[in-house]
Design a protein around this ligand. Structure first.
Ligand SMILES: Cc1cc2nc3c(=O)[nH]c(=O)nc-3n(C[C@H](O)[C@H](O)[C@H](O)COP(=O)(O)OP(=O)(O)OC[C@H]3O[C@@H](n4cnc5c(N)ncnc54)[C@H](O)[C@@H]3O)c2cc1C
Length: 291
């Protein structure tokens, strides 16, 4: 099938893109890499009279150190993130999650802003943003605001962004010190969206106690989720006082509603989810212990 007809707009700057989205209203949609939006248009699951292409918008992509954060422009492709030495050094969890996204052809076009704004429950980046406590920057005619990741993903394919807001960038806090990071997922085939996945960050203090941790889950709810109760229970504990299996169990036992679909039942997802969290926790803790 082919998409319904639409008018194409190619703004050159952020201000122009923001005012186009505001002027054209609900009939307009931003398009970045098109890796999620184009299939939806082609299958006519969605139709818009206007598409505002972000591909030529200056200032929307790039990776920059800003104080204690690494800022990544919304239009930065997943492939550029995969290649970035700054991302590998300052936000290793994001670097490790990126090769798990689809295939390289998709990562060559797909952007971090598109992935966060699309908010697929099984996508890797939202879970990484949650685990690390990232902040998402949005701009509209009303100005610029910053939304913490744990308030950004509100429901299935739904975020806190208003229809006229453009996601302009993401600030990832740089975790330093005795830290470890790991992403694990289970998918039927390499490149498929995950049935269940986890992104884990852990920081140890000088006494090998867990001073901070973040556990982002994907494929296990209607949005990416943060295992807040498990994180709170772990913080302050001795690293060797808790087993990885206990962490996996704690992270999934608090989940209220786990999706069931053609690929997996809710019970199966819970079981796989607990194993995946345990694997990610074990690897992250090992790295932090060796740091
Ligand atoms: C075969 C296949 C496999 C895939 N596998 C995975 C996978 O394993 N993991 C994964 O995470 N993803 C996967 N994807 C999706 C891919 O990562 C997309 O790149 C990503 O979800 C969307 O990014 P995009 O730049 O292509 O956004 P687009 O498709 O252009 O846009 C997606 C949505 O985000 C909105 N949007 C985009 N940019 C902005 C912005 N700056 N401000 C406001 N709204 C914006 C658009 O309006 C649209 O609603 C897969 C895609 C395909 C086709």
């Amino acid at each position: 099938m082919k998409p319904a007809p639409f008018a194409y707009h190619a703004p050159a700057g952020v201000a122009e893109a923001v005012s186009l989205l505001a002027d054209l209203g609900e009939e307009a949609k931003a398009i970045a890499g098109g890796q999620s939006l184009v299939p939806m248009l082609a299958l006519r699951l969605a139709a818009f009279e206007h598409l505002v292409d972000l591909g030529r918008v200056a200032g929307l992509s790039g990776v920059e150190r800003r104080g204690d954060d690494l800022w990544i422009g919304a239009g930065t492709t997943q492939a550029a993130i995969e290649r970035s030495a700054d991302v590998a050094l300052d936000v290793p969890l994001l670097a490790r999650a990126t090769p798990l996204i689809g295939h390289f052809q998709i990562r060559n076009r797909g952007t971090i802003g598109g992935s966060l704004a699309h908010a697929d429950a099984a996508a890797e980046y939202p879970a990484v943003a949650l685990a690390l406590g990232a902040r998402i920057e949005a701009r509209s005619p009303r100005g610029t605001r910053t939304v913490p990741a744990d308030r950004f993903f509100t429901d299935l394919w739904t975020t806190d962004l208003a229809a006229d807001e453009l996601l302009t960038g993401v600030a990832f806090p740089v975790w330093r010190g005795r830290c470890g990071f790991a992403v694990e997922e289970f998918a039927r085939r390499s490149g498929d969206f995950a049935i269940a996945g986890a992104a884990v960050a852990v920081e140890l203090d000088g006494d090998a106690r867990i001073s901070r941790c973040g556990i982002g889950l994907f494929g296990l709810g209607s949005t990416a989720l943060r295992a807040t109760a498990a994180e709170e229970a772990l913080t302050g504990s001795a690293a060797d006082g808790v087993t990885a299996e206990d962490v996996g169990h704690a992270a999934v036992s608090a989940l209220e509603s786990v999706p069931a679909d053609l690929h997996a039942s809710a019970d199966y997802r819970r079981q796989v989810g607990a194993v995946i969290v345990a694997r990610a926790w074990r690897r992250a803790l090992q790295e932090a212990s060796n740091a």
